[in-house]
Design a protein around this ligand. Structure first.
Ligand code: DGJ
Length: 792
């Protein structure tokens, strides 16, 4: 709900309040963002009066912007937005250069309006509200030094503790103005110290959680690779230094944007912090012509007094309900088999059909033909842009293959990388100017490929039409939309020199137009975004495609950490995760199949390995796992996801797990728990599984996935049980292992939600050098366990 009284504004969500007001000179003073303060409409001005800073004299070194308020120094108040040149020395929200070369702006309040819907920035994706319960507040500010107006657009959703924000500049003058920055969100707050959490990485090691205590100076999280990037995800969290997973003040911002971004936290000189988030100004220089408007991307902002978990839960809800859209929004996603790690570029119809048959027999639902199927694509050195069938590999083309896959009872999915072109391709030979490069200069290559210039209409049209043809002729049910290199040589041969500073942003606007057209044209297709894994894992892409391939690293241990980090801002329903071969192709680590399944099951499950060569035992296990996943799919994909433990919580030598999670259905009648061990600690045998989010008042049947173990697990300890001596790893040992499997521990209890949430469920004792056979749990390094909870 939006409340307005005498230049005072309050944005009320179910549990938070965001309050600001204009002062006598028309500056917007930010007053409060935090736990909800109930306010009567007629009482808002009074509340604001009490919250407003008491200013009676000038501090030393103060600059006074306006003699109408002779004691107010912009540097020493919390502002709703800031600019350069009038005494606020902190990083600004907006930065313009006028025709005379000056760069001082002075935006003052002009008016406001309320719209009974959520507004979206032109050309950019936006949060949406299906039930008509969204409202927008638009505040218009006018620059005293030019004819530029700045609209601050705030959106509130009745069911959600998140706000959305963006800025819109309108040039109502006659002269062009250069926009060097227009951020999406500014939040000034009274705080002398903050703990910042953000997520960094690179290819195959996305989302390494990073914590920084900020007391003085500035901290920046940004990217310049052209995309939201695996180096610095735009999700940015800040909290009180004492905040825990469950308790304490915690805030987060994320951007609905897929290009270069920047989030910063700056400690001002007066015990105040400024948080900014938006497009990275280092790559923006936009010519705002007379009569034109320019929007920043939408930012989502949230606050919780229930710590990191509170903020994550709110963002998960926001993404599920207000970002992901279309047919697949709430639909259970199919279990897929992907050809990439099974055969890389060597895709051949015969091999494909063998893999597909095995997958179908195991209960999988969708076959995805990854890279290698088109043009002359036998390696990453050629053919991007030539989206016609390779008849040597697919004699009956996509159409024929798709028909055969469908006949097996599987859906058919295809990999494409439409934004790219190989130098060795017919497309490049025909249209060399369509690739991003600066004429007359050497250009950088990434994975042997160049980027198509999506700022140009003819290029966008080529992508739209060539992709439509692929999707039609393949009767495609699913598309993996990949993108495998960063931007370089920022330049478009379709833009005048003075507009080249707009290239990075225009590329993203072009991309959004392309994917909007295609997702509208093919509403039944399930689209999965991918960018070498998580190089474009952001809310912008999620507005068009309901899931993203989270990382090319499919190792269960690495993935547990990566997915745990994503859980800070993204629900598992948008995270695609696959079970892959062993040893893993990225880390060469060996992990049990059970663990690979456990981690991949917390997300959109797929398999990406050569099932055609899998052992009978593994195939049996995979079948059981697929059945389990189908039974629990709704909770695993859409349940509320709680972090119970992560390595950063490690306080003692007894904390050995990599992660512990549980997912709880919306009605709290069902839950699934996952526990992934790190390295085993000898002689430590009592685990407790403590949940979060179950209904205290309900009783649950708590049980585990029954496991059987290969006796090789016990090594030569077999001789403590066997009547005859068995040489370890001998033929006899192998033969026994075929017939005799060891029983895993059994958990089977009825426990109340209150006991599980507060005390936890004591689990069967571990094997600790002694005790096998007494319902003991046989853990090895990297073992996982899955627990099920059903209301009784
Ligand atoms: C990068 C993706 O992340 C992989 O999953 C795979 O699709 C390859 N590209 C194919 O080239």
């Amino acid at each position: 709900m939006i409340i307005v009284q005498d230049g005072c504004f309050a944005l009320q969500t179910p549990h938070t309040s965001y309050i600001f007001r204009k002062d006598a000179a028309g500056n917007l003073l930010h007053l409060y963002y935090g736990e909800k303060i109930e306010i009567e409409e007629e009482g808002l001005a009074k509340v604001c009066e009490i919250m407003a800073p008491v200013i009676t004299n000038q501090n030393g070194c103060s600059l006074i912007a306006d003699t109408a308020q002779p004691n107010l120094c912009l540097d020493d108040v919390c502002l709703e937005i800031s600019s350069r040149g009038k005494g606020d020395m902190r990083e600004p929200y907006v930065e313009l250069v006028l025709a005379d070369g000056s760069s001082t702006s002075d935006f003052r309040y002009e008016n406001y309006r309320i719209e009974e819907s959520l507004l979206t920035p032109e050309g950019l994706p936006g949060a949406y509200e299906e039930k008509g319960n969204g409202q927008s507040l638009v505040i218009t500010l006018a620059d005293r030094n030019s004819k530029v107006k700045l609209e601050l657009v705030y959106g509130v959703m009745e069911d959600c503790d998140c706000l959305v924000r963006y800025g819109r500049l309108v040039n109502s003058g006659e002269e062009t103005v250069t926009v060097n920055r227009l951020m999406s969100m500014q939040l000034d707050m009274e705080a002398g110290v903050l703990k910042i959490t953000d997520f960094h990485g690179d290819w195959a090691r996305e989302m390494a959680k990073n914590e920084t205590i900020l007391r003085q100076g500035k901290y920046v999280n940004d990217t310049s690779v052209g995309f939201s990037s695996n180096r610095a995800n735009p999700l940015f969290i800040w909290a009180d230094t004492e905040t825990t997973q469950e308790y304490g003040d915690c805030y987060a911002v994320n951007l609905l944007y897929s290009g270069n971004h920047r989030e910063s936290a700056q400690a001002g000189g007066h015990g105040k912090m400024r948080i900014l988030a938006g497009m990275n100004p280092d790559y923006l220089c936009w010519q705002l012509e007379a009569g034109e408007a320019f929007c920043s991307p939408q930012a989502v902002l949230t606050y919780s007094h229930q710590g990191y978990q509170g903020v994550s839960g709110q963002l998960h809800y926001f993404v599920r309900e207000h970002i992901v859209r279309g047919e697949w929004k709430h639909k259970e996603r199919p279990i897929l088999i992907n050809s990439w790690e099974a055969m890389y570029f060597d895709v051949q119809e015969k091999k494909i059909l063998k893999l597909a048959r095995t997958a179908a027999n195991a209960g999988m639902e969708l076959f995805v033909l990854d890279d290698g199927w088109f043009g002359k694509r036998n390696s990453d050195a050629s053919s991007l842009g030539d989206w016609y069938d390779n008849k040597e590999k697919l004699p009956t083309g996509l159409a024929g293959l798709s028909e055969k896959i469908h006949k097996l009872g599987l859906k058919f999915g295809i990999w494409v990388e439409p934004e790219m072109v190989s130098e060795d391709s017919d497309l490049y030979r025909k249209h060399p100017d369509w690739a991003v490069r600066i004429p007359g200069q050497e250009h950088a290559l990434g994975r042997n490929q160049m980027v198509l210039d999506l700022t140009r209409e003819e290029v966008r049209n080529y992508i739209i039409e060539s992709m439509s043809d692929v999707f039609f002729r393949g009767k495609v049910d699913y598309v993996k939309w990949d993108m495998n290199r960063n931007l370089s040589d920022y330049y478009s041969q379709g833009l005048a020199p003075r507009h080249q500073g707009e290239f990075g942003h225009r590329y993203i606007l072009g991309l959004y137009q392309v994917i909007q057209t295609l997702t509208d044209r093919f509403p039944h297709i399930l689209f999965e975004a991918c960018a070498s894994g998580g190089n474009r894992f952001d809310l912008g892409m999620l507005c068009f495609m309901p899931q993203i391939w989270a990382s090319d690293n499919t190792d269960a241990i690495s993935r547990a950490r990566i997915q745990n980090s994503y859980s800070y801002g993204y629900p598992q329903s948008v995270i695609a995760a696959h079970v892959s071969g062993c040893p893993n192709h990225q880390t060469l680590r060996r992990t049990p199949l059970t663990s690979r399944f456990a981690i991949a099951s917390v997300g959109i499950l797929g398999y990406e390995c050569n099932l055609s060569d899998a052992s009978m035992e593994d195939m049996e296990e995979i079948k059981v796992e697929i059945e389990l996943y189908k039974k629990w799919r709704n909770v695993l994909q859409f349940g509320d996801w709680y972090r119970l433990y992560e390595e950063a919580d490690k306080k003692s030598v007894y904390d050995m797990d990599v992660i512990r999670w549980n997912m709880v259905s919306a009605d709290k009648s069902k839950a699934v728990g996952i526990m992934l061990q790190g390295e085993i600690l000898a002689n430590y045998s009592h685990h407790v599984f403590k949940t979060r989010g179950l209904d205290d008042a309900k009783k649950y049947h708590f049980y585990n996935r029954a496991l059987k173990y290969d006796i090789h697990r016990m090594g030569d300890l077999i001789n403590t049980m066997a009547p005859v001596h068995v040489k370890q790893d001998s033929l006899l040992h192998d033969a026994i292992s075929k017939f005799i499997r060891l029983d895993g521990e059994k958990e089977d209890k009825v426990v109340s939600g209150a006991v599980m949430n507060r005390h936890g469920v004591p689990l069967a004792q571990n094997y600790a050098g002694t005790g096998y056979g007494q319902n003991t749990a046989l853990y090895q390094d990297y073992d996982a366990r899955i627990y099920f909870m059903e209301e009784v």
